[in-house]
Design a protein around this ligand. Structure first.
Ligand SMILES: *[C@@H]1O[C@H](CO)[C@@H](O)[C@H](O)[C@H]1NC(C)=O
Ligand SMILES: *[C@@H]1O[C@H](CO)[C@@H](O)[C@H](O)[C@H]1NC(C)=O
Ligand SMILES: *[C@@H]1O[C@H](CO)[C@@H](O)[C@H](O)[C@H]1NC(C)=O
Ligand SMILES: *[C@@H]1O[C@H](CO)[C@@H](O)[C@H](O)[C@H]1NC(C)=O
Ligand SMILES: *[C@@H]1O[C@H](CO)[C@@H](O)[C@H](O)[C@H]1NC(C)=O
Ligand SMILES: *[C@@H]1O[C@H](CO)[C@@H](O)[C@H](O)[C@H]1NC(C)=O
Ligand SMILES: [Zn+2]
Length: 513
């Protein structure tokens, strides 16, 4: 169904292109990009059609997801390239292959005769253990928190402060045969990753996550002196798989001054990922298609990253393999990851650091200001989201490249103040289907989707015409920061996107903490 829809669409666009054909290649007969017209060319129908096709990319497969390296993900790459082929005189594109560590786990946990429904962390090794539970002190973030009795037993650890992977590795170093991490907020841990091994602190042990209620109940009994025998079983597939970023470049525009826009092409295992990040890739893809009617002064690059959900692996690979010269040519990176959340806010990456005290490289503040002004002109409010690198813009920041973008929110709860600004429901997650099976076509909010895609179009029109509003790139800053990228790989992989910064990292139920 995806393929036939694509063929039909390709035929329509091809006919339209014939009428304009004279201008292709050097595009002398096309007008310079016009921001208002480019924004007007973004329609709900076009976004909606692509969202349905992307849902089919997942649902036409047995797994019903688009997790990297799956059949649904390969369909996604075909979907993107199918549309790029309709504007092939305007863009060149390539697949950038790389190896990424895939992980898929399931398992079970019972203790004292009670069966629980745990989550199993990504990259948890396989194994089964039957042994007493031993309570780990504090939050289990340092080796001293692990008592000697942990050896040959199952460590019971509270979530928070440091990443899940550190806890599992420290448990392994202390000789534990398994680790169970319980939530530090009501309810279950919604999922998480240990991050790809190896890590210096130790080897991972089979690691499961349970609810706060389950954990504290066990803790009370253990603290009361009871011995509780746990049974933990984990079965994992962990293997390197080849996957691909897609990188599309305008043939026109100054190739030494490039605007890069990106979103991620993969979903989590749980569902088809149509908001996360179907919305972002469709938003930039539709803008790419519409841009083909115009000439630009600057080059524009559209990037579709793979394996974001396993720790920004595609964007990291891309940035790590940029030569210093190529790095310097990128004047700005704009990221779009979740732009149609059902209970949305318009959150701008806090490039100037005004809200979260973490600013981006020079140019990031200007990019934030551009979007702030654009939303203001539409009579729309904005808020800010932490600029700490929890989506594919992270590697760009680390490499000294200014960045920006728009985000409509994930698992955190909307506040009353935000309801006053954006409508929607207070006390409900921005995206109740975040990383769930329900993140499908019906999960999308089209008001936010259309608005944000017009914002993308406005940014493309602005920066593809001129980068005069941005400071020049600073080669010194780029080199200094780029070294940091390789120095602290695990620190980087802890990142997960969220709106409000909280120093209690355990409150972020996304990836690694
Ligand atoms: C485990 O925690 C969940 C979620 O809080 C709760 O519904 C369930 O009853 C708990 N199970 C046991 C055995 O305590
Ligand atoms: C629990 O997991 C272990 C290891 O994967 C497996 O051998 C066992 O059959 C599972 N038990 C149940 C009740 O599913
Ligand atoms: C995956 O590839 C890396 C790098 O080549 C290698 O170090 C690692 O052992 C591989 N992991 C597995 C599970 O094959
Ligand atoms: C902002 O961050 C800087 C550098 O990390 C720090 O010195 C400063 O105290 C912070 N300011 C606030 C208001 O948190
Ligand atoms: C989309 O997700 C919702 C919520 O999980 C589900 O009820 C619906 O059936 C899904 N749509 C399709 C086409 O499967
Ligand atoms: C470039 O970056 C370096 C290192 O961060 C800084 O010391 C220098 O002042 C910057 N130069 C300009 C022109 O901004
Ligand atoms: Zn995402």
């Amino acid at each position: 169904m995806v393929r036939s829809a694509l063929v039909l669409f390709a035929a329509t666009v091809a006919a339209t292109n014939l009428e304009r054909q004279a201008g292709y290649g050097t595009t002398p007969n096309k007008p310079l990009v016009d921001s208002k017209k480019l924004q007007e060319s973004i329609t709900e129908d076009a976004l909606s059609q692509k969202a349905e096709e992307l849902e089919q990319a997942a649902y036409s497969t047995a797994q019903r997801n688009r997790v990297f390296s799956s059949e649904g993900h390969l369909n996604t790459l075909d979907f993107i390239e199918g549309y790029l082929d309709t504007v092939s005189d305007y863009y060149t594109y390539r697949r950038q292959p790389f190896e990424a560590l895939y992980s898929q786990s399931s398992g079970n946990f019972s203790a004292g005769g009670t069966t629980y429904t745990p989550i199993i962390f990504e990259y948890s090794p396989s194994g089964s253990a039957t042994a007493p539970l031993v309570v780990v002190a504090n939050e289990g973030c340092s080796a001293e928190d692990y008592p000697a009795e942990v050896a040959d037993n199952i460590a019971l650890i509270i979530r928070g402060t440091c990443e899940f992977g550190l806890k599992s590795a420290l448990a392994g170093a202390a000789g534990a045969v398994g680790a169970v991490i319980y939530n530090n907020a009501p309810g279950y841990i919604s999922g998480g990753t240990l991050s790809p091994p190896p890590r210096p602190e130790g080897e991972y042990v089979p690691t499961a996550g349970i609810s706060q209620e389950n954990g504290t109940a066990l803790l009370e009994r253990l603290n009361g002196g009871e011995e509780i025998e746990g049974m933990l079983g984990v079965e994992s597939i962990i293997e390197n798989r080849t996957t691909y970023n897609i990188i599309a470049d305008t043939k026109g525009g100054d190739p030494n001054n490039i605007l890069v826009l990106g979103g991620h092409s993969d979903s989590v295992y749980a569902g088809p990922g149509i908001n996360d990040d179907g919305s972002g890739i469709i938003g930039i893809l539709e803008t790419a298609i519409q841009l083909a009617a115009y000439t630009t002064n600057q080059a524009v690059r559209f990037a579709f990253w793979s394996a974001e959900e396993f720790g920004l692996l595609g964007s990291e690979y891309y940035v790590a393999n940029l030569s210093p010269e190529e790095n310097q040519k990128i004047r700005l990176y704009l990221n779009f990851d979740m732009i149609a959340s059902p209970n949305f806010v318009y959150a701008l990456y806090d490039g100037d650091g005004s809200a979260f005290n973490i600013s981006g490289p020079p140019g990031s503040a200007e990019a934030e200001e551009f979007f702030a002004n654009w939303f203001k002109e539409q009579g729309l409010a904005t808020t800010e989201t932490d600029f700490d690198g929890r989506s594919d813009y992270g590697p760009f920041l680390d490499a000294g490249i200014p960045a920006g973008g728009v985000f409509t929110g994930a698992e955190e709860l909307k506040t009353e103040e935000e309801v006053a600004l954006f409508g929607g429901e207070a006390g409900v997650a921005y995206d109740i289907n975040y990383h769930q099976a329900g993140d499908n076509y019906t999960n999308l909010n089209f008001e936010a989707f259309v608005t944000n895609t017009k914002a993308i179009a406005a940014a493309v029109a602005e920066y593809s015409t001129s980068f005069d509003s941005l400071p020049p790139r600073n080669a010194t800053a780029a080199r200094v920061k780029a070294r940091g990228v390789h120095a602290h790989p695990h620190e980087k992989r802890q990142r997960a996107k969220h709106i409000r910064h909280t120093h209690d990292c355990g409150k972020t139920p996304k990836v690694a903490i």
